[in-house]
Ligand binder design. Structure first.
Ligand code: IDP
Ligand code: MG
Length: 177
């Protein structure tokens, strides 16, 4: 099935001059660029992109609690407090510089792009993936430095997420093939 997905090259990728390298990997895999721009995200876009939905709040809280439990630390915060803290880091990070926003179009674009970018944590992302090849950042270092993990890219992870996110970053100026 031909799909569209939203990809952001985050400020860490733009600052490291990895725009060409990253885009070429998507193109070589057969993705078409259906929309592309270099922008400084507005506060409204940051809030909409990192929306505090109930699913995201409980998911991120659970992940954070589990990570700290492994280190023998119990977190005395509500799920919402944990999620707001992480959301603050995410907004600071995505808002810290210029971002490449693009819509990619292709067969099974959502699944294929997620495969190409690799797992969320670059340290454990497989070699051959964008995150695995181009970064070494890890959750523990990010938590220590009170920031989000620098993993170069955002990509939608479901059809619903793609639809919602494309509308945040692109108006009707997206050109589809
Ligand atoms: P994804 O980007 O692989 O879809 P999500 O779980 O949607 O990962 O998280 C969004 C972003 O939040 C990640 O890309 C990463 O930058 C950051 N992030 C996720 N979990 C953590 C964490 O435990 N510590 C720091 N940053 C995190
Ligand atoms: Mg995600």
């Amino acid at each position: 099935m031909i799909e569209e997905t939203l990809v952001l090259i985050k400020p860490d990728g733009v600052k490291r001059s990895l725009i060409g390298e990253i885009i070429s990997r998507f193109e070589k895999a057969g993705m078409q660029i259906a929309g592309l721009k270099l922008i400084r995200p507005a506060e409204k876009q940051l809030n909409e992109h990192y929306l505090l939905s109930p699913e995201w709040v409980s998911g991120i809280a659970q992940k954070t609690r589990e990570a700290f439990a492994k280190k023998g630390i119990e977190i005395n915060e509500t799920d919402l407090q944990i999620a707001q803290r992480v959301q603050g880091w995410l907004k600071d990070s995505l808002g810290s510089g210029f971002v490449i926003a693009m819509v990619l179009n292709g067969n099974c674009a959502i699944e294929v792009v997620r495969k190409l970018i690799g797992a969320t944590e670059p340290r454990t992302a497989a070699a051959g993936t964008i995150r695995g090849d181009l970064s070494t950042d890890s959750y523990d270092l990010a938590d220590l430095e009170k920031r989000s993990v620098g993993n170069l890219i955002h990509a939608s992870s479901s059809l619903e997420e793609a639809k919602r996110e494309i509308a945040i970053w692109f108006q009707k100026d997206v050109v589809y093939y």
